[in-house]
Design a protein around this ligand. Structure first.
Ligand SMILES: Cc1cc2nc3c(=O)[nH]c(=O)nc-3n(C[C@H](O)[C@H](O)[C@H](O)COP(=O)(O)O)c2cc1C
Length: 543
């Protein structure tokens, strides 16, 4: 089969390929990159539902060098991709509507190599919305969706189907699919009602391969695929152009290695490296590791894995805690570098008409749900025995923008950014105050890209580095991100613990953690004259 060359962007060709099949929860970025490293030519992401994607914004994550599609208020992206897979990743969506499908396809078009529509998922959560296998009995809808996509995007479009009870119906369906202009069709050789334990119908895939001229991607053979050579055999048995595997890869991603499969422990270490590099959600990583371990989950190490919550703990089980720590240090340094590049002057507080002013936009999703600059500032004022901060807000012009000034003690603080709502403007003012005082405003670490140089100088002068996150806070942040991903998960499959209580506990603990940080900072600040900072400079006593 073809070799992995990566490199320059070219239209994805689906002929003569081995592929990683779409798998909910498994097919996130680390697994896809690993499959590519081992020899897969093309990798599909997990199915992502159109409604969910349409709530996402595209964000270039400079810290991780990724493109993230992230929902407002969420702490972890619904879809993360990167340049390394740009030319070989296929974005699979669940949809029942041509217009929604097109909007999603346009959203990701420049970051992926192809678009696929899932027409094979037999699960109720998919079919009851008219998606997945429900589409198989609605050829008109299939035609509309595929035609709209083919005409609407510049990258290849495909779909993944199951077979129908009658061969002639299956053949008519694939011919209709071919007529829409798709680049290929993936066929899971099972009927809608059949489960993975049922033998795959290689003969039906073969008949399909003979009935159309676009590449057919044979799928469903994991039960008979135990090593690399079996991929080739399955391809011959089905007469297909390409082969796509799900479970065989889930058990051991090195199934794609022409040189032979690697021991599971090696695969796990390679997986963890990517999980760490791309800050993959811990619970997602854990789920993937559990699938790789299979029966070994009962082993002492499998039991220890079950008890882990954070990625570092998982790394420690495979002697990779040092790697995790090294990456965190490198990431911290990169973050500081980005901060320096971005905004030294923008975030230097200036005294404008007696008001400490910075250009700060408050974006709600960048803060944990239980934490906001206003609540932090209120708590801080209480511990300082200062009166409650007061906010004065003004409205501007016909486009109705708001700007707030917060008064704390005898000082006033404001952002020069005009917000769309009063409450956002107040949060921004509170954030400016906290930053000017050298205090953490609660923003999630992942979003901190602007300079906090003023605060840093203030605290460093007292021998305390604010930029190093406490292990406790880091753990809380990781857990919260995991929880958010679980909330976002489209799979809905069993085997996961209930998350709602964890969420509450994490938020409470995170709030406490922020407050502890504030108390520590406050003690530092009190060494000075109760203000400690003028225009970003420290005037407190040396300690
Ligand atoms: C854990 C898991 C998740 C899956 N998620 C998806 C999915 O998101 N989209 C999809 O089209 N098929 C999904 N499938 C089905 C597989 O892509 C594939 O069609 C099926 O497992 C048969 O291939 P195999 O014999 O190689 O496992 C999933 C299968 C598994 C095991």
């Amino acid at each position: 089969m073809t070799s992995n060359t990566g490199g320059a962007s070219s239209r994805l060709n689906y002929a003569d390929k081995v592929m990683l099949a779409p798998m909910v929860r498994i097919g996130t970025l680390p697994a896809r990159l690993l499959a590519l490293d081992y020899g897969a030519d093309v990798v599909y992401c997990e199915e992502l539902i159109d409604h969910s994607m349409l709530q996402c914004q595209r964000v270039e994550n400079e810290l991780l060098d990724t493109i993230d599609f992230i929902k407002e208020q969420a702490h972890h992206p619904v879809f993360r991709t990167c340049a390394k897979e740009r030319d070989r990743v296929v974005f699979q969506m669940g949809t029942a509507d041509p217009e929604r499908a097109l909007k999603v396809a346009k959203l990701v078009e420049n970051d992926v190599a192809g678009i696929d529509v899932n027409m094979g998922c037999p699960k109720e959560y998919s079919t009851k919305g008219g998606m997945g296998a429900a589409l198989l009995s609605n050829p008109e809808k299939i035609k509309q969706i595929l035609t709209t996509l083919v005409n609407g995007v510049s990258i290849p479009v495909t779909c993944k189907i199951r077979i129908l009870p009658k061969l002639e119906d299956t053949l008519s369906l694939v011919q209709l699919i071919e007529s829409t202009g798709v680049a290929a069709v993936a066929v899971h050789g099972r009927y809608k009602e059949e489960r993975p334990r049922h033998p795959v119908h290689a003969d039906v895939i073969k008949a399909i391969s003979q009935a159309v001229s676009i590449p057919v991607i044979a799928n469903g053979g994991s039960g008979v695929i135990n090593r690399y050579e079996d991929l080739q055999r399955f391809r011959e048995d089905t007469g297909a152009s390409s082969v796509m595997v799900a479970r065989a890869a889930q058990w051991n991603f090195s199934i794609f290695r022409p040189e032979g499969m690697l021991p599971v422990d090696d695969v796990i270490r390679d997986y963890l490296r990517y999980a760490v590099d791309y800050d993959n959600v811990a619970l997602n990583s854990k789920y993937v590791l559990q699938q790789i371990l299979q029966a070994e989950q009962q082993s002492p190490r499998g039991q220890k894995l079950l008890a882990t919550q954070a990625l570092r703990e998982m790394c420690a089980l495979w002697d990779m805690a040092d790697y995790y720590d090294e990456v965190q240090v490198r990431r911290q340094a990169k973050q500081e570098e980005l901060e320096r590049k971005k905004g030294l002057s923008r975030y230097e507080p200036r005294l404008v008409d007696g008001i400490y002013t910075m250009h700060v936009e408050y974006i709600r999703k960048e803060y944990p749900s239980a934490v906001s600059p206003k609540t932090i500032l209120l708590n801080w004022s209480r511990t300082e025995y200062l009166p409650q901060p007061t906010y004065e807000t003004v409205k501007q012009g016909s486009d109705t923008k708001f700007n707030s000034v917060v008064t704390v003690g005898d000082k006033r603080y404001a952002s020069s950014f005009w917000h769309k709502a009063k409450k956002l403007a107040e949060q921004a003012a509170a954030s400016v105050c906290l930053r000017t005082l050298g205090l953490h405003d609660g923003k999630l670490q992942a979003y901190i890209t602007e300079a906090k140089d003023d605060g840093k100088r203030h605290v460093e002068a007292h021998g305390k580095s604010p930029s190093v996150e406490s292990p406790q806070r880091k753990k809380c942040r990781t857990e919260e991100a995991d929880v958010a991903k679980m909330d976002d998960n489209e799979d809905g499959s069993e085997g996961q613990i209930s998350q709602s209580k964890v969420h509450t506990d994490v938020e409470t603990s995170q709030m406490k953690d922020v407050q502890q940080t504030l108390k520590a900072d406050h003690r530092v600040t009190k060494h000075g004259d109760g203000d400690g900072v003028r225009g970003g400079k420290c005037h407190g006593t040396d300690s």
